[in-house]
Design a protein around this ligand. Structure first.
Ligand code: GLY
Length: 428
């Protein structure tokens, strides 16, 4: 098979590593990829948002399968464009990708199908949005409806904070068209978790659970990031909760989308909150998680390509993947300054030493080759991943590998997977 993978981060490197492990794959392209993915794939100098260029390439080369990593091209309609050329794509249509691209769409879909108890309201007028906030009181959650690159959600502790964020979205237009509509939701409390499934448009197949760390600093302090680390499985996520979310929220969502004429083929990612009244959906993403994919796919013992093929052919029910019981931990190594401004072009040393460790996989995110040297080219640079029979072993190995790496301004959190180690020590 010849496969085209779209994207350039650590998630895509984990996908590339698993795709080329399939005995049926004889060619992998990645657009645009990164310096690490170059070991698995031929890199194409095409941006994921350049739908015309990607479609032109795919029309000419006719890959057997196209796997789309990031949400943006899906929201822009890449899968639709490719399917209209008769190509086979793992990733939802633009209509399906609205589960991530429009918070109003998702809330209204869930409400129409009785899949949420959450109070929410949708506004296109800032005055009406503010009046609602004054009636509801704080705390309250204000969300820009569209894709605001992870910056469009405010958990407002006071009415004033909520009003200021409404202005930021709707009056100052800080997020452009993404903030023209806002969704105001009740503020739910409880531990958060995320669950991801493969979907074939009718049935879903859950992946093993994984938990990420969103904040930049130890102890979950500081700014939100794309993700500073992850681990799998998730000791605090019980089977009953996991099954409830898959069977009572995610699968019915996929069926609801199909009933409404937009069958969803691709990965569905649910960010959930475990409230005292049971699990609730906070948000959907229309893609694999990053850096969760880096700890999920190393545990997959079956052929990823078989699963993706079953998904695109509508026969996920026939697939029963095998997952390793081993623990997996990913520590993201970032550039000083991230998630704000950071420098690029710093030479990375120690990669061979780190990768030589047993059970270690290094997924590249922001790297480039410059005059034969591996250099940093992004905020998140590497996802240093290790497997172990216990969380303690996996974590120790991941940090041992991090200790062998160096570049100017290298930063990582020191507490990734610590709570999983503690939970495992408590419950075994
Ligand atoms: N790790 C969070 C995300 O993929 O959106």
């Amino acid at each position: 098979m010849r496969i085209l993978l779209i994207g350039s981060g650590g998630r895509e490197h984990a996908l590339a590593y698993k795709l080329v492990a399939s005995p049926v794959v004889r060619k992998l392209w990645c657009a645009p990829g990164n310096a690490g993915i170059a070991a698995q794939a031929e890199l194409l100098d095409l941006r994921p948002e350049d739908l015309d260029a990607l479609t032109q390439f795919a029309r000419t080369e006719r890959p057997d399968l196209i796997v789309v990593g990031p949400e943006r091209p899906l929201i822009l309609g890449l899968a639709d464009r490719l399917r209209s050329e008769g190509l086979v794509v793992y990733g939802p249509s633009a209509a399906g990708a609205r589960v991530e691209g429009s918070k109003a769409f998702t809330n209204e879909l869930l409400a129409r199908h009785g899949l949420t108890r959450k109070r929410f309201s949708v506004f296109t007028s800032p005055a009406e949005a503010k009046a609602y906030v004054r009636r509801e009181g704080a705390p309250v959650v204000v969300k820009a409806d569209g894709d605001a690159f992870g910056k469009g959600v405010k958990v407002a502790a006071t009415v004033e904070e909520a009003e200021a964020f409404i202005d930021r979205c709707m009056v100052e237009r800080a997020f452009g068209r993404a903030g023209e509509t806002v969704v105001i939701e009740e503020c739910l409390t409880g531990p958060e978790c995320s669950i991801k499934v493969f979907s074939d448009g009718e049935n879903v197949l859950p992946m093993v659970p994984a938990q990420d760390y969103k904040r930049i600093g130890d102890g979950d302090t500081g700014d939100n990031t794309g993700g500073m680390g992850s681990y799998s499985p998730v000791p605090v996520l019980g089977k009953a909760t996991f099954d409830y979310v898959v069977n009572n929220i995610m699968w019915p969502t996929v069926r609801a989308l199909a009933e409404e004429g937009t069958p969803y083929v691709g990965t569905l990612y649910a960010g959930c909150i475990l409230t005292a009244n049971g699990p609730e959906l906070l948000e959907y993403n229309c893609r694999f998680g990053d850096p969760e994919t880096q700890v999920v796919l190393p545990r997959l013992e079956s052929d990823l390509v078989e699963i993706l093929q079953a998904a695109v052919e509508g026969r996920l029910r026939e697939v029963q993947p095998r997952w390793s019981p081993r623990r997996c931990v990913c520590v993201v190594v970032a550039s000083r300054g991230y998630p704000d401004a950071y420098e690029k072009g710093k030479v990375i040393t120690g990669l061979d030493d780190a990768e030589a460790l047993d059970d270690v996989l290094i997924f590249h995110a922001g790297t480039a080759l410059c005059d034969g040297l591996m250099v940093t080219s992004g905020g998140r640079v590497l996802g240093v991943t290790a497997l172990g029979d216990t969380f303690a072993a996996a974590r120790e190995r991941a940090y041992e590998a991090v200790g062998r790496l160096h570049f100017d301004g290298m930063y990582s959190r020191t507490d990734i997977a610590l709570r999983a180690v503690e939970a495992e020590a408590r419950h075994g």
